[in-house]
Write a protein that binds this ligand. Structure first.
Ligand SMILES: Cc1ncc(COP(=O)(O)O)c(C=O)c1O
Length: 366
């Protein structure tokens, strides 16, 4: 078959190890997965009840326009209905943007390390990838500007950035948007938006009128605790959204996911609670890192990137034996660190105890 040549040296997404797999491998009764930045508090109880009684008609195609959810979300966040597009997770929106704008002869700019799907999709589309190294976990926007040329088609800003968790300061983002030519799409991927605790942080939706070449991606997978239902959305200038809609497959989000996301929009209290609990638990990670003289990146998300003694693959493997699944930084472009989803108070207490034994082993080795 005539596969795109570029696929020969690429690999499909490799999911982290499942809880069941780790239980079996190490003979553990309980295993806690802190590897995929899922919500340790689940979803809102009202949404859980709704799922159980949803009454979806399986034989009917979903509403390809997502009319009901669209109306509710547009009212909630104060944008026009035509400014929205829904995707099968924001993953799919990354793919749609790449398919619509990238190809050979174009280039695309992103940080490194960052969310790997930007480069993955760009590579498949045959675009040149320009990766700008983070500076202390932060996007180096000066270097982004220098990398732009006439063939630049898409700029990706992951904000907060995965895997470091850093947030781009308001003024830096604004200054950057002013300098980007208006024929380049700037993607603000805000998968972790609901977790931001920084006071005075500007909601980037307020920037869209001044910068119609920017688009904001958000998701129901993280703070809303609905990763299993695969639904995310884009907010942008209606003309931009219309182009992307042309690329989108007609029934890309299931009826159940649309209904659940709509219900979840009512759960403001739950989102606030998750933001607060996550913020409190993040402080415990900061204290733990400080007490043990370990570097930890400033995170405004529901995960932290924390230094480990020695090799991160080995540290992750050792944490597995204690029943904790985390992401090794070796594969994320941050060797010597692991990315840990901030769990519940109890989960984190267990995690710190497991990490203590890593530190003890490292001292014994010296
Ligand atoms: C920065 C970022 N963007 C997008 C996604 C994809 O999220 P979704 O579940 O909406 O596809 C993730 C998931 O980890 C992410 O970290």
């Amino acid at each position: 078959m005539r596969w795109k040549k570029v696929l020969d040296d690429m690999k499909p997404y490799k999911p982290g190890r499942s809880i069941e797999e780790v239980k079996k491998q190490y003979g553990l009764k309980e295993v806690i997965k802190l590897a995929s930045n899922e919500n340790p508090y689940g979803c809102a109880p009202s949404v859980q009840t709704f799922i159980e009684n949803a009454g979806i008609e399986p034989q009917i195609y979903p509403d390809g326009y997502a009319g009901s959810l669209r109306k509710k979300l547009s009212e909630k966040i104060g944008v026009k209905e035509e400014a929205l597009m829904f995707g099968n997770g924001s993953d799919e929106i990354v793919m749609i943007i790449s398919r619509a704008l990238l190809g050979s002869g174009t280039n695309t700019i992103m940080a490194t390390p960052t969310f790997p799907q930007y480069a993955h999709n760009a590579k498949i589309e045959g675009a040149e990838i320009r990766e700008i190294p983070l500076q202390d976990g932060q996007h180096d926007l000066e270097e982004f500007v220098k990398a732009i040329d006439d063939n630049t088609s898409v700029v990706w800003l992951c904000n907060p950035n995965n895997p470091t968790g850093n947030l781009i300061p308001n003024d830096d983002l604004l200054g950057f948007l002013k300098r980007v030519p208006d024929n380049i799409l700037v993607v603000l991927d805000e998968a972790y938006f609901e977790y931001i605790t920084e006071e005075g942080h500007t909601d980037s939706l307020t920037l869209l009128e001044e910068f119609p070449n920017a688009i904001v991606l958000r998701t129901f997978s993280k703070a809303y605790g609905l990763a299993a239902f695969r639904i995310g959305y884009a907010v942008g200038e209606p003309k931009v959204i219309s182009y992307l809609n042309t690329v989108r497959s007609p029934f890309n989000v299931t009826s159940l996911s649309l209904a659940i996301a709509e219900k979840a929009l009512e759960a403001d209290k739950f989102i606030k609670k998750c933001n607060l609990l996550n913020g409190n638990e993040k402080k415990r990670f900061i204290a733990y890192a400080t007490n043990n003289k370990l570097h930890l990146f400033d995170s405004e998300a529901n995960f932290v990137l924390i230094e480990v003694p020695g090799n991160a693959d080995e540290a992750s493997e050792k944490l597995l034996t204690h029943g904790f699944i985390v992401r090794s930084g070796e594969a994320l472009g941050t060797p010597g660190y692991v990315r840990v989803t901030i769990g519940t108070e109890e989960q984190n207490t267990g995690f710190f105890a497991a990490f203590d034994s890593l530190l003890t082993d490292a001292k014994l080795k010296l």
